[in-house]
Design a binder for this molecule. Sequence first.
Ligand code: PGA
Ligand code: MN
Length: 471
Amino acid sequence: MSAETPRRTKIVATLGPASSSSETVLSLAEAGMDAARLNFSHGTHEDHAARTNLVREIRGEIGRPIAVIADLQGPKVRIGELSEPVTLERGEEVVVAPEDAARDGELPVSPTVICEVLQKGHDVLIDDGLVRLRVDSVSRRRARCTVVVGGLVSANKGVNVPGVPVPIPSLTRKDMDDLDFALDLGADFIALSFVRSAADVRDLRELIEAAGSKARVIAKIEKAEAVDSLEAILGETHAVMVARGDLGVEIGAALVPLVQKRIILASLDRAKPVITATQMLESMIVNTEPTRAEASDVANAILDGSSALMLAGETARGEHPVEAVAYMDRIARAVEPSLAYRHQLPEASEQPSVGQATSNAACDLAEALSAKALLVPTFTGGTASAVARLRPHRPIIGLSHHEHAVRQMAIEWGVTPMKIQEAVDVEDLWSRSLEAARETGLVDAGDLVVITAGTAVNLPGTTNVIKVDAA
Ligand code: PGA
Ligand code: MN
């Protein structure tokens, strides 16, 4: 008897103080974590190294690859050091000043150049927009503001200034340090916060390539500029995150649901994995059950076409990290049978490439024949994504001899990644693929399978063959 179809939508869990023991990380993996995210906006390099080691240690026990995502802070504006938190009252006046020049009673912000672009009328949003200021006047890098919505402000809280271009590079000095460190740790993905343009993604890719790393880039869409440049960014990035936390502050929560759907569909059209993130099971930070609205949000993100869903505070600092992953897994399994095969949707481009057309045909064939699985030998995982894009009902088994590609497929929808030995010729590739497929337990000997791969030496990276075979 072959194993049941695995969950198709992948789960990314952020590791933090609440998930830093080997027992918890093992339990997260057993509950269904497919990728672990390290949030470089918090914690030390030692913390991140220790968490990465925990993931490495349990990989063997769990028997499936777990990707590591290093998430860089990017050009984020923050409140600087404060001797103690301050409570701002509505209507009160407060001065926002560069951190290196802020006096007692003023709100220090960093990086300090933000004070050079603030103007009368700008909104300054603090702590995910919970506290709101309006700039009344600016003189000598000091912005006099009125408190529009009051509340508590403490050190290091995030600051958003929607619609104001922040004059800092996409990779700060801290990001460069963190990037070096993350690449040394062997991270499989580097996520970049506050991407503004395709060039931001290209710069990061170049640095990663120059370091000789195969890590892939996840562009976090959380600024209006990124939504506007989505197509260009998709042309450069390997994967995308709908980073709803900051996105909601920047464009307003009311616009997030439709923008989420747009980002997901655009990513699907380009066969790029897309992660929907933030507040998915927020109440489980304290409760053991999600709210009905959260369960619906998770379900709808799956129906929208997300490749993966992300937990942040729920697993990083919540009281029930394992329960949160388990609940996400439960909701996904309840929703996935109703997902539609995307066969009839328009092509990614007007003129599909040989690779795209072949992947589409392989999916159609697998559906028509009710094949037991789609087998996709792939160097980079790209063909697995091209197949996953159509959301076939059959399990996709992604096979690569590159360890990093195997782990990178862990975030792709519907793909069960497997490592194979490098094949010597095409016949060898087929037999290794069939053998590995049987090892997954998803297919039994003799089951009908559809294999699709690139075999042409003169068309590198191009999927050009479909084979129907018995496992
Ligand atoms: P963050 O990104 O958690 O790093 O801020 C996610 C988001 O903004 O939604
Ligand atoms: Mn963010």
